[in-house]
Write a protein that binds this ligand. Structure first.
Ligand code: PSU
Ligand code: MN
Length: 301
């Protein structure tokens, strides 16, 4: 039943059937997280990196109401270049299907679809989390991580969020956080946050072993693997704090909230930092795609 609703690309379907490594990629970062033309270049580059690392990429999106697991270059271009592309979180999936939307999927919607397609590994830049401020705006990425048994590779939660609150949320909901060659949860543009991971892993093999244990125990939450941004692209904390404060203030002044908040903050910070946050974002996305592919090839079928 579920399978019939999924539009799995033939190359991805064959990889899944023959037990080859597959890495799911999200599309909100393409449509709403990065500016043009870097977004399309990055989307293509991430797929390329996954292939070069021995796995099959499956970029996930909703095209004309179809849940696509793996999209072609024309569809990537649509997602990157057209203005009517929606941002689809889990709650939006049924509406998107019924009303034939074309939309980009967030981390939450992407892992919801990827898991049902049988994919075990997913890569992104930063997950959503608990936003700062008094209104309890909590990304749907968090509850979806709590109920989706996949390996999720990221560079922590976006710095625009309340990181200690996000860390606590993951702990409460039993999402295991493993640092890939790091002892602290990275903070997206920064390699450190002062917040601990639950375990450190030094290789893809070690991560695969924790995942096997999790599967044997039938634990239904995600295994969150955090990978720090490559050192050369890290944005210094002082610079970051200035541009972040500025972005948060601008969001409040312009009354930006809900699904528009994350894209607004990211683009504002890129402008204010002279592109430094953007370069870091692309570098960590590329690095995470590579690490995810290595993990995917280590996970036995
Ligand atoms: N990571 C990035 N750029 C992004 C996002 C993550 O490097 O644009 C997106 C992801 O798709 C994530 C979403 O799921 O932001 C979270 O949005 P919200 O806070 O509205 O749930
Ligand atoms: Mn939100």
């Amino acid at each position: 039943m579920m399978r019939e609703l999924l539009n799995i690309d033939p190359v991805v379907a064959e990889a899944l059937e023959t037990g080859r490594a597959v890495v799911a990629l999200e599309s909100t970062v393409i449509a709403h997280g990065l500016p043009r033309p870097i977004n399309l270049e990055t989307a293509r580059r991430l797929e390329q990196i996954v292939r070069e690392s021995g796995a099959v990429p499956a970029t996930i999106a909703i095209i004309d109401g179809k849940l696509c697991v793996g999209v072609g270059d024309d569809q990537l271009r649509t997602l990157a270049e057209e203005s009517g592309v929606r941002k689809i979180s889990t709650r939006d999936i049924p509406v998107a299907v019924a009303q034939h939307y074309t939309g980009a999927t967030t981390v939450a919607a992407t892992i919801w679809i990827a898991h049902r397609a049988g994919i075990k590994v997913f890569a992104t830049g930063g997950i959503g989390g608990v936003h700062r401020g008094s209104l309890p705006d909590v990304s749907a990425d968090l509850p979806e991580l709590a109920r989706t048994p996949m390996i999720v590779v990221c560079s922590g939660a976006k710095i625009v969020l309340d990181l200690p609150a996000t860390r606590e949320w993951l702990e409460t909901h039993a999402v295991t956080v493993v640092g890939y060659e790091c002892d602290e949860m990275p903070a997206f543009y920064s390699r450190t946050s002062g917040l601990p991971v639950d375990a450190r892993a030094g290789s893809a093999r070690e991560i695969a072993e924790i995942f096997y244990a999790q599967q044997a125990l039938q634990i239904s939450s995600a295994l969150l693997v955090t990978v720090p941004v490559p050192e050369a692209f890290e944005v210094a904390a002082e610079e970051l704090n200035t541009v972040l404060d500025n972005a948060l203030e601008a969001a409040a002044q312009n009354q930006i909230s809900g699904r528009d908040l994350t894209p607004f903050l990211l683009s504002r910070m890129a402008q204010q930092s002279g592109g430094a946050t953007l370069r870091a974002n692309v570098a960590l996305l590329e690095n995470n795609a590579r690490v995810a592919a290595e993990i995917a090839t280590s996970v036995e079928k």
